[in-house]
Design a protein around this ligand. Structure first.
Ligand code: GDP
Length: 371
């Protein structure tokens, strides 16, 4: 045992001695030429440290669309151009001291300028003339009331303007030429339906315009609606078919299908629309076909509309851009020429600037007779 202790002590002395030889050598190293100093960064900002944002899955915030009731009243100021032509102009004429032939000619001219159309204008003027003569009406209030009645009557207030909702799901096609506001309007209609408590699925069957499906997806995402889309250039009818199938599967209230609208190839477009309808109807009948018309195209828009009505059974018109240079009389002309009710009107680019059309509120807004 003693030997072992002695051996360990000796070993310890040897190890420490060895270290004693090595350490001074290491300490002498600084005598070597110093390594080149690293370049000092002068006036350079520290490199930004890129931090990968942590991917925290968050549910997209859903918007609550405005209630549909009262939208037309809220947006009445947007009708300023129509108000000055149809409203102020006519009321000014009717408040002249003498209502002679010249005045009635001017009334007629005002209505035609406001896009009311020749036939409807003649009827309105004839009835107004007759009633003012028979009643001997002269006070501005009475004349305003008569004019209101005649304009409301010309807008056929008895027509059913509700969007159908009895299908399971309700199938609605949205048709119209490019640029009329068709895709935007699809998005806005989805919001109208959601605001009225219905669930919606959107079908992006305008597969020729690359941006259309993205546009529609954005609108849908904002209200939590699903979108069915196909690859760019896909067969619109097959996308429409898939959308309807999915809508049936998920049990939504309405499937809204956006369609392509290249009128330059009229025959092709019409064939395509006919096909979309036929293919969709292999599953379920189309309940509603809404034609989107740009109100600023005036009487020319009516020609476009006629082409559509020849191919698909249009059940309602959506008149967009009534807030621009459009003249309100186009609503009367469209309904008369097509025999189809105007169900909704577009009064701006905001998401809720689409209002259910109400003849009385519309005329009141034009003549400035509402509260
Ligand atoms: P589409 O080619 O028919 O699908 O047309 P879009 O939906 O892309 O719309 C074309 C343009 O019209 C867009 O800039 C829309 O914001 C605009 N637009 C649509 N409806 C209205 C409306 O009621 N008023 C105004 N001022 N612009 C509208």
């Amino acid at each position: 045992m003693e030997y072992v202790v002695i051996a360990l002590v000796l070993l310890g002395v040897l190890v420490l001695g060895g270290l004693g030889l090595v350490v001074p050598r290491l300490r002498r190293r600084p005598e070597l030429p110093p390594p080149p100093a690293p370049p000092t960064p002068v006036e350079t900002a520290p490199a930004p440290v890129e931090v990968e944002p942590e991917a925290v899955p968050t549910a997209p915030e859903l918007e609550v669309p405005e209630p549909t009731a009262g939208r037309l009243v809220r947006l009445r100021a947007r009708l300023s151009r129509s108000q000055s032509v149809l409203g102020k102009g006519l009321l000014g004429l009717l408040s002249r001291d003498r209502l002679d032939d010249d005045v009635w000619d001017e009334v007629e001219e005002s209505l035609i300028t406001a896009d009311v159309g020749v036939e409807a204008t003649r009827e309105i003027v004839e009835r107004l003339r007759e009633r003012t003569r028979v009643l001997g009406t002269r006070s501005p209030d009475e004349l305003r009331a008569l004019l209101t009645e005649e304009l409301v009557a010309a807008l056929e207030p008895e027509l059913d303007r509700s969007l159908k909702s009895d299908g399971k799901p309700t199938i609605a096609l949205v048709v119209g030429v490019n640029g009329s506001g068709k895709t935007t309007t699809c998005g806005k209609i989805a919001r109208v339906l959601v605001a009225d408590g219905r669930t919606v699925l959107l079908g992006a069957a305008d597969t020729f315009r690359a941006a259309a499906a993205d546009q529609l997806a954005t609108w849908a995402g904002r209200v939590g609606a699903e979108v069915v889309r196909g690859p760019e250039g896909a067969d619109p009818a097959s996308v429409a078919f898939d959308a309807v199938r999915r809508g049936i599967e998920t049990g939504v209230d309405t499937v809204l299908v956006d369609t392509a609208g290249r009128l330059q190839n009229k025959v092709g477009l019409m064939d395509e629309l006919g096909k979309v309808k036929r293919v969709v109807e292999k599953q379920q009948p189309v309940d509603e076909t809404l034609l989107v018309l740009d109100a600023t195209t005036g009487q020319n828009g009516l020609e476009q509309a006629r082409v559509f009505t020849e191919v698909v059974d249009v059940t309602g018109v959506v008149l967009t851009k009534l807030d621009g240079t459009a003249k309100g009389g186009i609503v009367i002309a469209v309904q008369r020429k097509l025999g189809i009710p105007v169900k909704l009107v577009g009064l701006g680019e905001g998401p809720d600037d689409l209002a259910p059309f109400e003849p009385r509120q519309f005329v009141d807004a034009l003549l400035g007779t509402d509260a």
